[in-house]
Design a protein around this ligand. Sequence first.
Ligand code: NAD
Length: 293
Amino acid sequence: MEILDGKKVSNDIKDEIAVEVTKMKANGEKVPHLAAVLVGDNGASLTYVNSKVKSCEKIGFDSTLVKLPDTISEEDLLKEIDALNNNEDIDGFIVQLPLPKHIDEENVLLAVHPDKDVDGFHPTNFGRMALEMPSFIPATPFGIMELLKRYEIETSGKNTVVIGRSHIVGRPISILMSQKGAAGDSTVTLTHSRTKDLENICKSADIIVSALGVPNFVKAPMVKDGAVIIDVGITRVKDETAKRGYRIVGDVDYDNVAPKCSYITPVPGGVGPMTIAMLLKNTLLSRERRKNA
Ligand code: NAD
C-alpha cells in the first residue's frame, strides 16, 4: 500500500508556482493577485481563508482579504463582488461558503465574473469544463486529478465509483474522470444518498472517490483488494486530547481499509492540501490568461 501524499505533492506544486512568480518579478511583470471574500466569522471558514491567504504570501502572490459582517445585505455583497470584478489588479477571487442564510448563494456565485472565478463554481466554467474547453476547474476535483497524474495511477478502463454528487466535488470529479486523457478514460459510477446497494457497487470499484462527509462510511468489506481510495471527506470530531479540542477525519475507516488498498489518501494530508494548491494554480492561470488577452 502506498500513501498518496497530498501534502508533499501540494508543496511541489507550490514550489513550481513560486518559480513562475520569481520569473514574473524578474521580468518586471505583475504577480498574480488572489482576493478572498469572507462574510461573518464562522470559525472553519476563517481557518480556510487564512490558510489560503498565507499560502499566497508564501509563494509570492499578492492577496487581499475582504472581511464583511454577517449582517451585510445581499445587495451590498453583490456590490463588493462587482468591485472585485472590475478591479484590474485582481486576477481571481473566491467567496468563502457557506454564506449567512439571508443571502442567496446562487445569486452570489452567478455574480462572480467567469474570468475571475478561480473556484470554478460559475455555470460558464462548469459548462466549459464538461465540454473539455479551457476553464477554471473546481480546486478539489482539480487536485484529485493532479494527484492521480503525479502518482501515475492507471485510470483508463478502470471502474471508478464516486460517492456524493455535490456540485463542487462528486459531480465534477465524475465528469473529469470519464473524459479522455490522463487520469481520465475511466468508467464512472456516480452514487449518492438514494443509491441502492452501494456496498456491492463499491466492491466492484478499482477506484473509490468518497465525498460525502460521514466518518467511517467506507469500510473494509466495501473495498476490493488493490483498490485506489481517494478520501475527500473532512469532518471535525470532538477530541479532548487534541490541542483544538477536535480532530479532522475523512470518510474512510482508514485503519481497516488501508491494508487492502494499492493507494490511499490520508486525512488530513491527502486531498485537503491539494485543494489550496490548485486554487493557487488557477490564480496563476488567470494571471497568464489576462496577460495574454
Ligand atoms: P455535500 O455535503 O454537499 O453532499 C454530500 C453528498 O453525499 C450528497 O451528494 C449526498 O447525496 C451524498 N450522501 C449523503 N449520504 C449518503 C449515503 N448514505 N450514501 C451515499 N451518498 C450519500 O458534499 P461536499 O460539499 O462534496 O462535501 C463532502 C465532504 O467533502 C465533506 O466532508 C466536506 O467537508 C469535504 N470536502 C473536502 C474538501 C477538501 O478540500 N478535501 C473540499 C470540499 C469538500
